[in-house]
Ligand binder design. Structure first.
Ligand SMILES: Nc1nc2c(ncn2[C@@H]2O[C@H](COP(=O)(O)OP(=O)(O)OP(=O)(O)O)[C@@H](O)[C@H]2O)c(=O)[nH]1
Ligand SMILES: [Mg+2]
Length: 428
């Protein structure tokens, strides 16, 4: 753990600034060579970086051991945003004794140095990869240690009970009882209840990161492709006055207030259509309807026929071409016009509610790893509660304690650690 690691910590590509990070014992010596004029840690200062023949003005952030992200000596070089410079600096750091960091190694050091527990480290990774506001919020909670706070009381209750049972085993020759059978069952039942509630109230990261698929369904010429283009701010789909323009299903990513969705445009559905291509178009469209998370019925406001009968109930109705309605009363739905922009903000908000409205924010999100460990702990507790022999009950409690400890990384086997940190990006 006392070697020095280095990596480019910002995304690679042209930018205003790039960040190269180094952490470990040799950082002060390396800085002496590269930036001899820089003030000692802790500091954030403009200084000159000596990189081969170059003299570059940079910002250098220095953090002393015990007060840095990793817990070791840490330096961040904020250099002009040229990827080539970043690579040169990284090579120079390696020449001076540092080693290229593995994915997640900075955070792994923070964990090994006791700066955070394993669930918090996972929160860091989740924060970096979050794609919507629910995920960001869940990641922040994990990073802040909320899972540890929720698990700690259960851990302590089990440990307390286990201590009593082990004392009883030690004194098994005598008739001393430290805890009644009723108390053992009550405590175990209490912890099981606590953990089950945690599982019930939490959602899954995997579910939060899902990008909702919203499909636009309607009669030919209703203005579906026009809507797709307007919402995704692209010319993704061909638009024309000819009915039956779109034949395949097309999708585009649309950024809404709370996250990204996939919006799907497809062939118009027509009760009367016959013919081979029409059959294919229809089959494809029905497939998309089934696959989608939500369905938006797109209807021309001037279309006086009764609403199209879909194989699936629409979650929202949009009335297009509102500019042609000229004050006509318009049935149920959001009137919009792609020509004058009327109703488009309202439609965006309605889509946002459709896609993210049900994702109850403010709840804790768990990874599959957390869920499995907590479920295994509950199973061990249930077995322990059913044991009449003190030795067997104690063994099950120890198992439960191990599983909960694994969530926080307290007694975690190396292969689990490897899996957690390898999912990080390099430089984090
Ligand atoms: N005036 C007006 N015309 C519109 C509006 N939206 C779409 N149109 C026109 O309606 C016609 C059909 O639009 P599309 O977006 O191709 O309709 P579609 O539902 O994709 O049609 P198909 O792919 O054939 O099923 C085009 O001529 C568009 O310019 C609108 O808000 N106002
Ligand atoms: Mg179309």
């Amino acid at each position: 753990l006392d070697d020095t690691i280095a990596a480019v910590s910002s995304a690679v590509g042209p930018a205003a600034r790039l960040i190269v990070r180094a952490s470990g014992r040799d950082v002060p010596v390396i800085i002496q060579t590269l930036c001899p004029a820089s003030p000692p840690a802790p500091s954030a200062a403009r200084t000159i970086l000596r990189l081969s023949e170059m003299r570059l003005p940079i910002w250098l952030w220095r953090f002393p051991a015990g007060h840095s992200y990793t817990g070791d000596e840490l330096a961040e070089f904020h250099i002009p945003g040229n990827p080539l410079l970043a690579r040169l600096l990284l090579e120079e750091l390696i020449r001076l004794g540092a080693r290229a960091a593995e994915p997640g190694e900075f955070t792994a050091r923070a964990y090994f140095n006791g700066r955070m527990d394993l669930s918090q480290a996972e929160g860091v990774a989740a924060m970096v990869s979050a794609a919507n506001s629910a995920e960001l919020d869940a990641a922040r909670r994990l990073m802040a240690g909320e899972l540890s706070c929720r698990l700690r009381p259960a851990l302590e209750q089990i440990a307390g009970l286990l201590a009593l049972l082990e004392a009883e085993i030690d004194f098994s020759d005598s008739d001393v009882r430290f805890v009644s059978a009723a108390d053992v069952s009550a405590t175990i039942a209490g912890v099981i209840g606590r953990l089950s509630e945690l599982l019930r109230q939490s959602s899954r990261f995997a579910r939060l990161s899902h990008e909702p698929r919203v499909v636009l369904a309607g009669r030919p010429n209703a203005g579906k492709s026009t809507l797709l283009n307007a919402l995704s701010a692209s010319a993704r789909a061909i638009v024309s006055p000819v009915a039956g323009t779109t034949r395949d299903a097309l999708s585009a990513q649309v950024a809404l207030n709370r996250g990204m969705i996939w919006l799907v445009d497809m062939a118009g559905l027509d009760e009367s259509a016959a013919g081979e291509i029409e059959t294919h178009m229809r089959r494809r469209a029905l497939l998309e309807l089934e696959r989608a998370d939500s369905v938006v019925l797109v209807r021309d406001i001037t279309d006086t026929r009764s609403a199209l009968d879909l194989s699936r109930k629409a979650d929202l109705t949009v009335l297009t071409k509102a500019d042609l309605a000229a004050g006509k009363s318009c049935g149920d739905g959001i009137p919009v016009s792609a020509v004058c922009g009327q109703g488009m903000d309202e439609l965006r908000n309605a889509l946002d509610n459709l896609a993210f409205g049900t994702a109850t924010s403010g709840e804790l999100a768990l990874t599959v790893r957390h869920e499995q460990s907590i479920e295994s702990a509950v199973a061990a507790l249930k077995r322990g509660g059913a044991c009449t022999a003190t030795e067997l009950a104690a063994a099950e409690l120890r198992t439960a304690l191990d599983f909960l400890g694994q969530v926080l990384g307290e007694v975690t086997p190396n292969d689990i650690l490897g899996r957690v940190f390898s999912s990080f990006c390099i430089g984090k």
